[in-house]
Design a protein around this ligand. Structure first.
Ligand code: CMP
Length: 140
């Protein structure tokens, strides 16, 4: 089915100047960018986004990393977009990410792991809404 998913290009990847290379991978895989913006998250916006991890020991580090520089948030649309994006990203820990995935090629560590992608239809709906108003999404 045609789905939408939220993608975030994280501060490490923005800092390495690989926004375009990452977006190209989405496009080549048949995902359409239907919304996109650059933001510098503050503690509230990053903490709210990752609210489900609030009790995890890495939450503080995660929020400080995600607020350390600008990010690019996008809505990707396409057939099986949620799973397709997760395949392109590779495992959360870049040390475990398959060769040729975004995290294997661009990420350093489990915190500085280049990209985020929604993990289910429920989180995709919540995450897209968290960053984009309906009139900021431009289906093609
Ligand atoms: P992301 O997909 O953005 O979702 C939560 C983030 O927390 C994850 O990517 C990692 O960057 C970060 N993180 C740090 N430590 C862990 C951990 N032990 N397990 C899962 N995620 C972690």
């Amino acid at each position: 089915a045609v789905e939408r998913t939220l993608s975030i290009i994280k501060p490490d990847a923005v800092g390495k100047n690989v926004i375009g290379e990452i977006v190209t991978r989405f496009e080549k895989a048949g995902l359409n960018v239907v919304a996109m913006k650059m933001l510098h998250l503050d503690d509230d916006k990053a903490g709210g986004f990752y609210a489900e991890h609030k009790e995890r020991p890495f939450f503080g580090d995660l929020v400080s990393f995600m607020t350390s520089g600008p990010v690019v948030v996008q809505v990707l649309e396409g057939e099986d977009a949620i799973a397709k994006n997760r395949e392109l990203m590779g495992a959360t820990n870049p040390q475990e990410a398959a060769a040729g995935t975004i995290r294997a090629d661009f990420a350093q560590s489990i915190d500085a792991n280049a990209v985020h992608g929604s993990d289910s239809a429920e989180s995709a709906a919540r995450e897209v809404d968290y960053f984009f108003a309906a009139d900021e999404i431009c289906p093609r």
